[in-house]
Design a protein around this ligand. Structure first.
Ligand code: NAP
Length: 345
């Protein structure tokens, strides 16, 4: 086991693309758990676009303070415990942040610590059965409410969330159109995720291609990107369409999202009597079990394939977050810090 606790602290609020100098690496003694507490040795970290917001400004969570450890979800192993609910050797999931070790009594800043289900890998726990897969499941089924035969348009379609959305929509009997960056990603979206078509936004006219592929308009838009890609979708709505505002990564590097260019064709929502609705997955916490079961069923039926992009090395943590904004990740972005140091119970 590491003898010190390496921690990446927030050194500066990022301006534009995140830089190495926005973070500071420190080494501290490994903390000791007090009464009712346990010590987690983190093994895997999740990378999520929302972290760019967390370190820059207040969102649905208060901004990380300068000098604090960077907020992140992760998986780890309980290595010392004074809490009977958490046994030494158990694999657990929680908001452990960019650090090797964390002492907790069971509630981290933005989520409780929960044991991994038996047989679930850390990659699955942080990916398809974690925030990512659950966002896809509840965002599509609860907010988008697609029905068989409808057309579902998904941006960020080769990403962690988007690729799961495509496959859920397919399993529900919908026609699916993905939007992704580059021929390799588009090939994966149609060939592996099974979309009926994929638009390469880097080389094609997105609005014109949506019109060709869905001449009667799209019924559900699952929006991960925002900006001009959202505008292209809004220009192609069917009557009574549902636009699910999951995310808008194209604007996350802007200094102040409130001053973004705005959405030009928004009146098409009125013309088509459509609805645009945002959601935050944390609001579905009491229904996570239901979502995990539904996703596990799709996997067991061979209807859901996942891709994970696992980077390595604690020193590479800031670079790995940047990958999301450079489009370098393929599927769920993770980083493996180490193997569990103790036998897993
Ligand atoms: N509402 C919620 O509760 C919730 C929960 C989880 C995630 N989200 C949102 O869901 C979206 C996807 O998250 P994820 O974790 O699944 O990430 P992801 O899609 O796996 O990774 C991000 C992808 O975004 C694309 N991208 C980056 N910058 C872009 C730009 N300027 N224009 C167009 N595309 C760009 C890149 O794909 P290309 O190579 O194809 O460009 C990149 O691979 C994000 O907007 C995130 O904030 C929301």
């Amino acid at each position: 086991m590491a003898e010190t606790n390496r921690r990446w602290l927030l050194a500066a609020r990022p301006q534009g693309m995140i830089k190495d100098s926005d973070f500071r690496l420190v080494e501290e003694p490994v903390p000791e758990p007090g009464p009712g507490e346990f010590l987690v040795r983190q093994t895997h970290l999740s990378f999520d676009p929302t972290q760019r917001g967390w370190i820059a400004y207040d969102t649905y969570l208060p901004a990380v303070k300068i000098g604090d450890v960077v907020r992140a979800g992760g998986v780890g192993q309980v290595v010392k415990s004074n809490n009977p609910a958490f046994k030494v050797g158990q694999m657990v999931q929680g908001g452990f942040g960019w650090q090797d070790y964390m002492v907790t009594a069971g509630q981290t800043e933005f989520m409780p610590v929960t044991p991994l289900f038996p047989g679930m890998s850390p990659e699955q726990a942080l990916g398809v059965f974690g925030i990512t897969g659950l966002t896809a499941w509840f965002g599509l089924t609860d907010v988008g409410k697609p029905v068989a035969g409808e057309t579902v348009l998904v941006s960020g379609a080769a990403g962690a969330t988007g690729s799961v959305v495509i496959q859920i929509a397919k399993a529900l009997g919908c026609k699916t159109i993905g939007i992704a960056g580059g021929p390799e990603k588009c090939k994966w979206v149609t060939g592996v995720a099974g979309a009926d078509a994929c638009i390469d936004y880097k080389s094609e006219n997105v609005a014109a291609r949506i019109k060709e592929l869905a001449p009667k308009g799209v019924n559900v838009v699952f929006e991960n990107v925002g900006g001009e890609i959202l505008e292209a979708a809004l220009m192609n709505l069917a009557l009574r369409a549902r636009v699910v505002l999951c995310g808008g990564i194209s604007g996350y590097n802007e200094a102040n999202p409130a001053e973004s260019a705005g959405i030009r064709p928004y009146m098409n929502l009125t013309v088509t009597r459509s609805r645009m609705e945002g959601f935050i997955i944390l609001d579905y916490a009491t229904r996570y079990g239901e979502g995990v079961q539904a996703l596990a069923k799709l996997i067991s039926e061979g209807k859901l394939k996942t891709a994970e992009d696992v980077q390595h090395g604690f020193e590479n943590i800031p670079t790995t977050l940047r990958r999301l904004f450079e489009g370098k990740n393929f599927g769920k972005q993770l980083l493996k810090i180490c193997d569990p140091p103790l036998p897993v119970v």
